[in-house]
Structures are given as C-alpha cells and as structure tokens.
Design a protein around this ligand. Structure first.
Ligand code: FAD
Length: 535
C-alpha cells in the first residue's frame, strides 16, 4: 500500500472523480489501481467560494514499487506506515503484585486498559461515582444548583472529558501511532467509525457515557478491578520508593507501582503529594472568559454559501492574538453548536467550560477566550501558587454571579465599552443554572482584561461579527490545563519517588482527551516494563 496525502477535490465530487484524481496524480492506468481506502478526510475552507475536501488515501496498486521509485522525492506519496499497536510485554502467570491507577479519566482508563490487555490485572481507584450516577449529580448542579464535590464535571468515571464536545485531535507528536490505538479502542467501545477517518473527530457527550461503561467492562473482563467512590488521600513512601495508598475510608492498599492520573482539578491530591515530598513545580496555564455567538454567524463566515453542507457540519475556529502588553490571547476548547457548562469541582466556585452533543446542533457556538499566564510573572513563589490563583478567581466569579452558581456575564459591546450589562441581546446564554449579567472587569487580573479587550476586535477582523455587541461573555475559565507539573524521568516515574508514575493532564503531560489517553498508553508500557524487570 502507498499513502497519498493532500489530495484535494471539490466539496461535491463523485467517487469516480476521486479514482480519476488518484490515477492522474500517480500517472498510472486505471487497471493498475486495485483499490483505495480513505485514511483521513478534512476540508480546506480558506477560499469560501471553492471549499475543497482534503484526503489522505491508502492506495493499492499493481505497480507499487515502480510508482514509489518514480515519486521518491515527493513527500506526499510514501509507503503506508504500519500503525498496528504491539504490546511491550505480557504479565507472568504468577503476578505477585497489581499496579494501582489513581483516577479513571481518559489517561487512567487507557493505563488500565493497556495493562489489563497485557495481563497485569490493574486496580483502578476513582474518587467519583460510576458514570450514570455521576451524570445525575452533574445535572444536579446544572438544573437544581445542587453541587456534589466528589461527583461532578471533573470527578467521576470517565474523568473531565465525559461531559464535553469529545474533540479527539491533538498536536502532540505521535511517531508510534498511539493515537490510532486510542481511536480504535474508542470505536470498539461504540464510538462512530468515522472518528478513524475525519481530520477533526468528535464524539459528543451522550456517546462518551456509554463508551466509558463499555471500556470499564473490557477492563473487568480481563481481570482488572475498578473501585468507585474511593478517593486516595495519602501515599506511603519509604526510602524514596512508593509502597501504597490510603483511601479516604482509612483502608490501605499496597503496591510498588502506582499511576497518578488524577486530572488538573485534584487540588487536594496535589497538596497531599507536595506534603509527602513528591517533586512538583508550577507550570504555565491560561485564564479567561467563555464567549457565545450564534453558530450560524460562524458557519457563514467560515463556509459562505456552503454553510450547512452535511459534509462540513458546524464550523469551528481557532484564533490567536498577540497583545501590546506582551500577552497572548487565544481561543480554547471551541465547541460548535454546543453549550457552556458549569465545571467547578469545589463548592462556592464558578468555572465555565464547553460541551456539545455529537450532532452539534445547538444554536450557539462557544469557546474560551483565554490569556496565557506563567509562574515567573503571575504566580511566583510556590509550586502550588497557580492553584491559589485559580481558587481566588473562581470564588470571585461565584460572588459576581450572585452566589447561586449562576455564572457572571456581560455582553461583548458592554465589556468593550466598560459598562455593566443589564439585559441580554440576540444571543441568549446556554449556561445553566443561569447567567447573572453585570461587569466582568474584575473577574480576571487587569492584564488579562486589557488583553481580551484588545483581542476581541482583532478577532472580529478574522471572523466578521466576532466582536458583535450582543455576543455573550461568561466566566471564569480557569481549568484550561494543569497549573502544576509532577516532574518525571525518561522512565515515566517521578524524579524523586520511585514507583510513582505521574500521568495525563493533571501531572502536566497532556492537554485534552486524546493526548491524555496517549500518555496513558506510554505510562502503561513503562509500568509493564518495570514490573517485568521486577523493579
Ligand atoms: P481527568 O479526565 O481529569 O481524570 C482524572 C480522574 O481522576 C477524575 O475522574 C477524578 O475524579 C479522579 N481523581 C482525582 N483525584 C483523585 C483521587 N485522589 N483519588 C481517586 N481518584 C481521583 N478535551 C478534549 O480533548 N476535547 C474536548 O472536547 C474537551 N472538552 C472538555 C469539556 C469539559 C467540560 C471539560 C471539563 C474538559 C474538556 N476537555 C476536552 C479536557 C479533557 O477532558 C481533559 O484534558 C482530559 O479529561 C484529561 O484526562 P486525564 O485522564 O488526565 O484527567
């Protein structure tokens, strides 16, 4: 097989046109083309009047060697890479110890699945509830203002990504094709097969819930065990080697191989690790506000007359602006046709984020408009100082929202004119339980407000209408990535605590569902190899 990349055809092309383009591109006769499969399909909408579909194709030819030789200098015609996943080992039948995984988000789920597939019978400890119960608690906040600190958008089976847009793309380098393994497992668990093919796959919330259940069943069928409502409150370490964990119930469990995949919101767990002497450092993250526009505005601006075409779906965007005060503002976690959600994991806090269903057919588009911040300039002095800043902003947002878990909000026109908002315009908020209009100028540090005030009109030059008066801002967006890094060595173990494997987003090694899952595979391999060496 050979792989052709960057093959472009008009939006409404026929199958015959695709074959003809392959034949023309490779300079072969029709008889030499045995067949092809679409590896990836995206679109190029830079020219709205002539939107193109962009293909990566795996092509079978009768004269493959000759074609490859002819195109040896062409980076878009290469042998198809082998993306088969191969396990690094197999557990012995007399396994004396089970690895423990703390947290069952995408990272912990994949550590657990891969270790189970290799026969290591992992034990997963998750502080939250199983996903159906957790869904009820999450909706409890959204619909009734009842908040459960152990079962919410951040905590519970499936982790933070369960109530999300389920975007499954990442910019990480992936020479071993681990991302393919992740997508393949997702499809086995019930994700639509198209996620293997489209360039920007997404799953949406409803499907994620049943997929997570299916993956749990797979891990259990392979001898793994999952315990819910089991918060790890302490870590036993002696002579720099981890020995086990203590649960909130007081129960202790022993293992010399413990994966810490607790996500970016496990602030109590980070504090515990810090007190136990595990090396942690502060890292940059971002803070900002969420913006909502009519999805039709984004669709028309991106796709012009082709807006609404079934092959294009709801349009997304990605924006960045470098401000005069040296800050960068960028769009984060853009959710086409989605809703803004209450995403706190602590009582008396308000945090925004976004989610959507697979159909992405809600009326509004939303995204975080966030400003990059760094420990050196913005929260110096202590490895956990970024968490203190997050807490301060979230607690202040709770007050600005009226102290009822409503999000504070302001219309873009008012935000730019520096006057409080009193009534909604044409864009109605999707955030529940509600939005309390007012003035967001104190919701973030001054430098961030100044930067966002500069960035919105600049974004309006790229997407006409982006800075429209009626667009709605809510806040605050603080859980963009982990404010810390639990530093690890090349063997994926903490640099000062042997047997502890910091993993995923919370440890500072991933950002998003796919990269957290890929990190989970890498960590599972490291655990397996260390256990096979009897370390
Ligand atoms: P998490 O998913 O945070 O999982 C950590 C788990 O550890 C949690 O289940 C938690 O309960 C558990 N835990 C924490 N402390 C303990 C403890 N002490 N003991 C036991 N268990 C513990 N990313 C995307 O790529 N695409 C999207 O569309 C997207 N949308 C999002 C929408 C929302 C609303 C949110 C909140 C996030 C979204 N993200 C999205 C981000 C994505 O969810 C995270 O990047 C990803 O879930 C990180 O995976 P993780 O496994 O590292 O951590």
């Amino acid at each position: 097989m050979l792989r052709i990349t960057e093959l472009k055809l008009p939006l409404d092309h026929t199958e015959a046109m695709l074959s003809a383009t392959i034949i023309g591109r490779l300079g072969i006769s029709p008889e030499q083309l045995n067949g092809y499969t679409i590896f990836r399909q995206g679109n190029d909408a830079r020219k709205r009047a002539a939107i193109l579909l962009v293909y990566t194709l795996d092509v079978s030819l009768s004269n493959e060697a000759e074609v490859l030789a002819r195109f040896h200098a062409d980076p878009h015609i290469l042998p198809t890479p082998d993306t088969t996943y191969r396990f690094v080992g197999q557990a012995p039948s007399n396994l004396s110890e089970r690895p423990i995984i703390i947290g069952m988000g995408p990272c912990g789920l994949f550590v657990g699945l891969i270790l189970a597939q290799m026969g290591f019978k992992p034990l997963i400890l998750e502080r939250g509830k199983e996903v159906r119960e957790r869904t009820k608690d999450t909706f409890g906040l959204w619909r009734k203002r009842v908040f459960n600190p152990e079962s919410n958008v951040q905590f519970g089976e499936g982790g933070a990504g369960t109530f999300s847009d389920g975007k499954l793309y990442t910019q990480i380098k992936d020479p071993n094709h681990y991302g393919r393994k992740v997508l393949t497992e997702f499809v086995k668990a019930g994700a639509p097969a198209e996620i293997l093919r489209v360039s920007k796959p997404h799953i949406g919330t409803f499907r994620l819930v049943s997929m997570v259940e299916q993956m749990r069943a797979s891990i259990e069928a392979l001898g793994g065990e999952i315990r819910f409502q089991c918060r790890v409150d302490d870590l036993a370490i002696s002579d720099g080697q981890v020995q086990g964990v203590t649960l909130a119930s007081g129960e202790t469990l022993r293992s010399r191989h413990i994966v810490c995949a607790v996500g970016h919101s496990a602030r109590d767990t980070f504090a515990m690790l810090y007190e136990r002497g595990v090396y942690i450092e502060a890292k940059p993250f971002s803070v900002g506000l969420r913006i909502e526009h009519p999805q039709s505005l984004i669709d028309t601006c991106r796709f012009g007359a082709a807006a609404g075409h079934p092959l294009l779906g709801a349009a997304d965007y990605k924006l960045v602006h470098h401000c005069q005060n040296g800050r960068s503002v960028y769009s984060f976690c853009m959710c086409p046709g989605g809703t803004v959600v209450a995403a706190t994991s602590e009582a008396g806090h308000v945090v925004t984020n976004g989610m959507s269903q697979y159909s992405r057919n809600e009326r509004n588009a939303n995204s975080g408009i966030v400003v990059g911040i760094t420990p050196e300039t913005d929260y110096p002095g202590h490895p956990l100082a970024g968490i203190a800043l997050q807490r301060q902003l979230e607690a202040h947002a709770f007050v600005l929202g009226g102290g009822t878990y409503d999000a504070p909000g302001q219309l873009v026109g008012d935000f730019l004119a520096q006057r409080p908002s009193t009534t909604f315009g044409s864009v109605l908020p999707s955030y529940t339980p509600g939005v309390h209009l007012g003035d967001l100028s104190t919701a973030l540090p001054d430098y961030a407000i100044t930067a966002i005030r500069e960035a919105l009109p600049a974004f309006g030059k790229k997407i006409k209408g982006f800075a429209m008066d009626d667009a709605l801002l809510t806040g605050v967006e603080t859980r963009t990535s982990s404010p810390i890094r639990i530093k690890r060595n090349g063997d994926y173990q903490s640099i000062n605590t042997k047997g502890l494997y910091p993993a995923g987003e919370g440890a500072g090694y991933a950002g998003g569902i796919l990269s957290a899952a890929v990190d989970g595979i890498k960590v599972a391999e490291a655990v397996a190899l260390a256990m096979l060496r009897n370390e």
